[in-house]
Design a protein around this ligand. Structure first.
Ligand code: C2E
Ligand code: MG
Ligand code: MG
Length: 570
């Protein structure tokens, strides 16, 4: 009877409530092949069975006239309970008037006594269950319009019902298409939808073989819940091949994370978040299409939880410290210390040094980055003021503004308040926004950046060339300074193509009258080449790594001394 799922033994549970033993036995005999039957001999016992912790009934067959507590009272109590109201009731009666009354009270159907045609009764029970299951999950939209698979909401509602009846080992799979946004960008949204629709069809075709159900969770992420397979490598590889045939966008790549559902008390959402964690692990890693949730990943998750838990204390106790890396202007006779970048460091009392590469992406995912960045901005501004008071010169500091901050409606206000606190001008605190923040959400971010520029803030486009930006981005997006990604500098002297690309970007920037900062300069050869090409500003280990404020002060003193000497020589 189960048209919903092809997996395992999953009989629906039916509660038969009748005070007469013979009736209970008769109904039991008719229905027990199809359903898992429980019995109660009066209303009170029925209510006890229905409210027991493990109760999961799909249907109640209810006699009306019973001692202790009759059927009407059962209907009434069920109707007044939000959960029990969802279970359909078929009343069993021989009285016409009682039929009408019970239907009015909320019963779904009735069966007349004596029970003569077992197949009719069975069919009625099945139909009522189908109707009610349809009704309770139909309230959720069942199908995702684009992929034709279930929607996420329906998928989980359905899964909840399913898992109580499954006794074979199951797996949760999360599938993601890397760089899917390229299809939309290169060929338009319509093409994107077509690819997703065909891909949904490919997944649907698989489901019969692996005995599973599937949904599209969001944009290019799909969930599958299926019987455990020995390996998914062939399946995902073949999906990947078929996916490549669906579109001209060559860079698409499929990856899958797998979690073997072990602990039944976990919520299914937890299974899928683990499968997703495994899937995220192989983002951008060529050669591995599938990954399983592992102990290592579990430990990583625990580590991340720890960081999330510790962040407030880290701020309060100054375990989070702002370091400063100098930026030098290189076009004059000697490199001149012009500004600095504020970079956060976490010196954890128990875990030791934690790289921002570890916790920044984590905090970007859960929004904590706003708190951390706000702290960094305030510290940086206060430091600029201290140096100004101490040395009489202003070293403007650039702070990193995460893509998440851009959508903080209070961003502008927060920044302005910070300037006011330290009596700084917008010129004294520049904002670094990573290139990919623009391409992720082009429209919204441009507006925000424009407003910030109207306030007088200077915007540096960070990591330019690291993502999938095109050169015309340079003319379309508002910014004041371009920070060339480190990878360019690294490759520049190793291959000619990279060198020419850097030259080209320099030419365009010069034409647009935008200064260029080169990041990650480590060697004198790189510095000389950049200077020759007309690069304005350089940041990198060649000059100095990021330093704590007191050590950075040494660089300022040196700069002051140089300036004094130059002044004396003039
Ligand atoms: P970024 O903004 O592009 O910062 C430059 C990174 O390059 C820094 O890494 C810096 O230490 C490193 N670096 C500088 N010169 C050299 C060099 O010559 N060679 C090499 N190999 N590396 C160099 P760091 O401090 O580990 O920060 C990594 C990223 O974390 C930053 O990249 C930035 O995106 C993010 N980040 C750091 N601090 C903050 C913060 O306060 N807020 C936000 N939102 N992000 C931050
Ligand atoms: Mg930066
Ligand atoms: Mg950078």
């Amino acid at each position: 009877m189960n048209k919903f799922m092809t997996t395992g033994e999953m009989k629906r549970r039916v509660l038969v409530v009748d005070d007469e033993m013979i009736n209970r036995e008769l109904l039991g005999a008719m229905l027990s092949q199809t359903f898992d039957i429980a019995f109660a001999s009066n209303g009170k016992e029925a209510m006890e069975a229905l409210t027991a912790p493990e109760a999961d009934y799909s249907l109640i067959l209810l006699d009306l006239l019973m001692p202790i507590m009759n059927g009407f009272e059962v209907i009434e109590q069920c109707q007044s309970d939000e959960h029990l109201r969802q279970i359909p009731i078929i009343v069993m009666t021989s009285e016409k008037s009682a039929e009408v009354r019970s239907i009015r009270m909320g019963a779904a159907d009735f069966i007349t006594k004596p029970y003569d045609m077992p197949e009719v009764i069975l069919a009625r029970c099945e139909r009522i269950i189908e109707l009610s299951e349809g009704k309770s999950i139909i309230r959720l939209t069942e199908r995702d319009k684009v992929s034709g698979l279930y929607t996420r909401g329906y998928f989980f509602a359905y899964l909840q019902r399913l898992i109580t009846r499954i006794n074979t080992p199951m797996d949760a799979l999360v599938l993601n298409i890397d760089r899917f946004h390229l299809v939309n960008e290169l060929f338009g949204r319509e093409e994107g939808d077509t690819v997703l629709s065909n891909f949904g069809q490919l997944i649907a075709e698989l489901l019969n073989d692996i005995h599973g159900i599937a949904c599209r969770s969001e944009s290019d992420t799909f969930f599958i819940f299926c019987e455990r397979q020995d390996s998914y490598d062939d399946m995902i590889e073949s999906l990947q091949e078929k996916l490549s045939d669906l579109t001209k966008a060559r860079a698409l790549r499929l990856r899958a994370g797998i979690y073997s559902c072990e602990n039944e008390s976990d919520h299914p959402e937890v299974w899928f978040s683990r499968a997703k964690a495994a899937c995220d692990r192989i983002r951008g890693r060529y050669g591995s299409l599938t990954a399983r949730y592992s102990n290592e990943l579990y430990e990583r998750t625990v580590f991340h939880e720890r960081l999330i838990g510790d962040v407030q204390e880290a701020i309060d106790r100054h375990h989070l410290v702002v370091y400063f890396q100098p930026k030098y202007r290189i076009q004059g006779d000697r490199p001149v210390l012009g500004s600095a970048e504020a970079l956060i460091r976490w010196i954890h009392p128990e875990l030791g040094f934690i790289s921002p590469g570890e916790f920044i992406p984590l905090f970007e995912n859960n929004g904590l980055i706003r708190k951390v960045d706000h702290f960094v901005w305030r510290e940086a501004a206060a430091q600029v003021k201290r140096w100004r008071d101490q040395y009489g010169i202003t070293i403007p500091v650039s702070v990193n503004v995460s893509r998440v901050d851009i959508f903080d409606p209070e961003l502008e206000q927060k920044l302005c308040d910070i300037l006011e606190e330290s009596a700084l001008e917008p010129d004294d605190m520049m904002l670094e926004i990573t290139e990919s923040a623009y391409s992720d959400s082009a429209d919204g971010s441009v507006e925000v950046v424009n407003r910030l520029r109207d306030r007088g803030f200077k915007i540096e486009m960070d990591d330019f060339g690291s993502g999938y930006s095109s050169l015309n981005m340079l003319t379309e997006i508002p910014f004041d300074v371009l920070k060339l990604d480190m990878q360019f500098i690294r490759r520049m002297l190793l291959d000619d193509k990279s060198l020419r690309l850097v030259e080209l970007i320099m030419d365009i920037a010069r034409y647009l009258e935008i200064p260029v900062i080169a990041e990650g300069v480590e060697e004198i050869e790189q510095l000389n080449k950049l200077k020759e090409m007309g690069c304005d500003i350089v940041q990198g280990y060649y000059f100095s790594p990021p330093l704590p404020a007191d050590r950075f002060s040494g660089l300022i003193e040196k700069e002051c001394q140089n300036r004094r000497e130059e002044h004396d020589n003039d």
